[in-house]
Design a protein around this ligand. Structure first.
Ligand code: KG4
Ligand code: ZN
Length: 355
């Protein structure tokens, strides 16, 4: 049985976890920087990397303490190699390299998106998957639709051609004056709203498996903000998203519900088109936006297939998912040298770990 320490610092959470057999989280520590970034209404890269540097050591120590293990008992150390913010990734990577050097343990650089996929195999989930499956990864930085044909085997079918799903939630949340991150805030407010009160567009894309959210975001912005009437006013409103004035007569709950409905419908339609083509045994949802109940319900109701999603705590970034993904890579013989580099963008595809 493998026991792996995972470290994750790709965005705004400093996380470390110890996972056995790719599915039993013996510890799972997440130190969130949310309070730090909420004041900016988004993640501020400089602030994020500095906060990671300040907390990484304590977070890893706590993960080891809670697992009640010493470094000798680990089989490997895994760390998120990308995609993500370079300055943030480097903090975790350098820390993991130092640990690997000091302990002599093998080191594995792991793709963050693969981590999200493997969050689905952590306890209490059933670790057996009947491949192929369709995987939809929807987070703050990524929206990817994949065909997974085996462990570590992916074929990218499509994804967003502009904003990530979570990014669209965050931007619309900001427009509506809701707290950051926008996703959970919009979902909460939408519970009181009527999704049919507004009709927002679902964009057509060239590929049936791609989606686009920038038109939807703009449609919401137009609907809910006071539109500048003169050229002078328009100029002053440049970059208006942050400062646009909300119209007095709109119902924020209705707008939130209609926006959430349109966005999740776009994701569901593309996923179902892929399912019709590739006949998966089930649909797997992962990433921060997979916490969204409307998305989960729609996907189940409209696909007629079993739909898996992680428990709420494992939807957003964590290190248990990195250690879980590393387990399968470790068994397949994958190792990273001490000189591997952070990758700010890194798609999950057939040859994901090829140089
Ligand atoms: O996976 P994650 O923690 O970080 C990235 O890898 O990006 O995802 C964070 C994103 C944010 O954009 C947040 O607004 C969104 O996930 N999110 C949600 C919900 N919970 C988090 N979006 C919609 N509904 C939710 N309940
Ligand atoms: Zn993520």
């Amino acid at each position: 049985m493998t026991t792996i320490l995972g470290i994750e610092t790709s965005c705004d959470d400093t996380a470390a976890a110890v996972v056995s057999a790719g599915r039993v989280a013996r510890s799972n520590v997440v130190s969130s920087q949310l309070d730090l970034h909420a004041q900016f209404g988004g993640v501020f890269p400089e602030v994020a990397s500095r906060a990671h540097a300040e907390s990484i050591s304590a977070v890893v120590n706590r993960a080891m303490d809670e697992a009640d293990l010493c470094y000798d008992q680990l089989d490997a150390i895994a760390v998120t190699q990308g995609p993500g913010l370079i300055g943030s990734l480097l903090v975790g990577i350098n820390f993991a390299k130092g640990l690997a050097l000091a302990t002599g343990k093998p080191l594995l650089g792991i793709n963050h998106l693969e981590g999200h996929v493997y969050s689905l195999l952590l306890e209490p989930a059933d670790p057996d998957i009947d491949f192929p499956v369709i995987v939809l990864i929807v987070s703050g930085g990524h929206s990817e639709l994949l065909l997974m044909t085996g462990h570590g085997q992916y074929r990218r079918l499509g994804g967003t051609i502009d904003d990530a799903a979570g990014e669209a939630f965050d931007k619309v949340g900001r427009t509506l004056g809701l707290p950051f991150p926008g996703g959970p805030a919009i979902e909460r407010v939408a519970q009181e709203g009527d999704a049919t009160a507004y009709r927002f567009p679902i964009a057509q894309t060239d590929s049936p498996y791609d989606f686009s959210f920038s038109g939807l975001k703009t449609a919401v912005l137009r609907e809910v903000t006071v539109q500048p009437s003169s050229h002078g006013q328009r100029k002053r409103r440049r970059g208006a998203e942050k400062r646009a004035q909300l119209r007095g007569d709109i119902d924020i709950a209705d707008v939130a519900a209609a926006f959430q409905d349109a966005l999740t419908e776009a994701l569901t339609r593309a996923t179902i088109r892929a399912a019709r083509q590739f006949h998966p045994s089930e649909i797997l949802l992962a990433g921060g936006v997979s916490a969204n109940q409307t998305l989960r319900h729609k996907m189940r109701a409209e696909s007629g297939l079993p739909v898996r999603y992680p428990p709420l705590a494992l939807c957003t970034d964590n290190a248990a998912m990195i250690a879980a993904a590393a387990h399968y890579r470790f068994l397949a013989g994958h190792r990273s040298g001490l000189d591997f580099e952070a990758r700010s963008s890194w798609r999950l595809s057939e040859d994901v770990y090829a140089e």
